[in-house]
Design a binder for this molecule. Structure first.
Ligand SMILES: C[S@@+](CC[C@H](N)C(=O)[O-])C[C@H]1O[C@@H](n2cnc3c(N)ncnc32)[C@H](O)[C@@H]1O
Length: 258
C-alpha cells in the first residue's frame, strides 16, 4: 500500500486489493447519488444503485481501524438506507449532518425546494478521535456574546464566559456550495468537476476526526478535495477515482498545495 497517492481505479477493486485491512483512521466518502448528473451517477434503478452502494460499503468496512471514523455524503433519502445498513453492520451512529448548501438542487412549486445534502458520521467503536476544539465556529448572537466576554453570563449560579475560539460545531453546516460560490453575475459556470465539495467542509471533517500522521481514505475522490485537505493538514491519504480526467485534476491540485 503506497500512501499519499491518487489511484485511477474502480472503488471496489481499490478497496479490496489496494488498501490494507485495519489501516484507515478516517474515510470520507462522496459516492454517486443516482441523480443522473453524469454517466457515473446514473443507475438503471434504485435497486441497482443500492446494490452498488452496499457492495462498496462491504469492501470499505474491513479497511477501517477499530478507532476509525466514517463520513458518507448522499441525499437525505439515500442516506436513510445507508444509515440502516451500517447500523445493522454494527457501526456506531454519531450524527446526521445536514449540509445547508446555500444553493439548492432545483426549484419546485409542488413541494419544498431542495437545498440540503446529508453527511452521515459513523465510528467503528466508542474509542475514536474527535477534536471538538479544532473545529469551533463563530457565535451567532454577537451582541450578547460581546457583553458576555466582559462580564460573563450567570448560568446556574456560575459565571459563564464565551470560548475565545467560538462555539462547538453543530450538526447543521451552512457552507456555500462550489456551484453557487463560483457563479458569475448569478450565472452557473462550468467547473472542472461537476460535484466538487467545498474544501472548508472536508477540512472540518479531517481536523475533527483525525490527527497529524493519520491515514485518510477516499475511494470516490473526484477533483481531489479530500487528498488536498489531507496533504495541507499533514495527514496521510490514499485515494482513488475511476475517471482518468479527475485523477489528473486531483494530482494537479495536489501539486499546488503549499
Ligand atoms: C460525487 S463525486 C466526488 C467529488 C469529490 N468529493 C470532489 O470534491 O471533487 C463522485 C466521484 O466518483 C467517481 N466514481 C463513480 N463511480 C466510481 C467507481 N465505481 N469507482 C471509482 N470512482 C467512481 C466519479 O468519477 C466522481 O468523480
Amino acid at each position: 500500500m503506497i500512501l499519499n497517492k491518487v489511484y485511477k481505479k474502480d472503488a471496489i477493486k481499490f478497496l479490496i486489493n489496494g488498501v490494507d485491512n485495519n489501516s484507515v483512521d478516517l474515510a470520507i466518502i462522496d459516492p454517486p447519488y443516482n441523480m443522473g448528473k453524469a454517466d457515473w451517477d446514473t443507475f438503471k434503478s434504485q435497486r441497482d444503485f443500492l446494490e452498488f452502494t452496499y457492495k462498496w460499503l462491504d469492501a470499505l468496512l474491513p479497511t477501517l481501524k477499530q478507532s476509525g471514523s466514517l463520513y458518507i455524503f448522499n441525499t437525505p433519502f439515500n442516506s436513510a438506507y445507508v444509515l440502516q445498513y451500517l447500523v445493522n453492520k454494527g457501526l456506531i451512529f454519531q450524527n446526521w449532518i445536514t449540509w445547508d448548501k446555500r444553493d439548492g438542487f432545483n426549484s419546485s412549486t409542488k413541494k419544498y425546494t431542495h437545498g440540503q445534502e446529508t453527511i452521515l458520521f459513523f465510528t467503528v467503536s466508542k474509542n475514536y478521535t474527535f477534536n471538538s476544539d479544532d473545529i469551533r465556529v463563530p457565535y451567532e448572537s454577537t451582541g450578547r456574546i460581546n457583553a458576555a466576554h466582559k462580564k460573563g453570563i450567570l448560568k446556574n449560579g456560575k459565571r459563564w464566559y464565551p470560548n475565545p475560539d467560538g462555539r462547538l460545531c453543530g450538526e447543521v453546516w451552512h457552507i456555500v456550495s462550489e456551484r453557487h460560490r463560483n457563479k458569475v453575475l448569478g450565472k452557473t459556470q462550468k467547473l472542472n468537476h461537476i460535484t466538487p465539495k467545498p474544501l472548508e467542509m472536508i477540512d472540518r471533517m479531517i481536523k475533527a476526526s483525525s490527527n497529524k500522521g493519520d491515514l485518510v481514505l477516499d475511494c470516490f475522490v473526484g477533483s481531489g478535495t479530500t487528498a488536498v485537505s489531507a496533504q495541507k493538514l499533514e495527514r496521510n491519504f490514499i485515494c482513488a477515482d475511476n475517471n482518468a480526467k479527475y485523477v489528473a485534476l486531483a494530482k494537479k491540485r495536489l501539486n499546488e498545495v503549499e
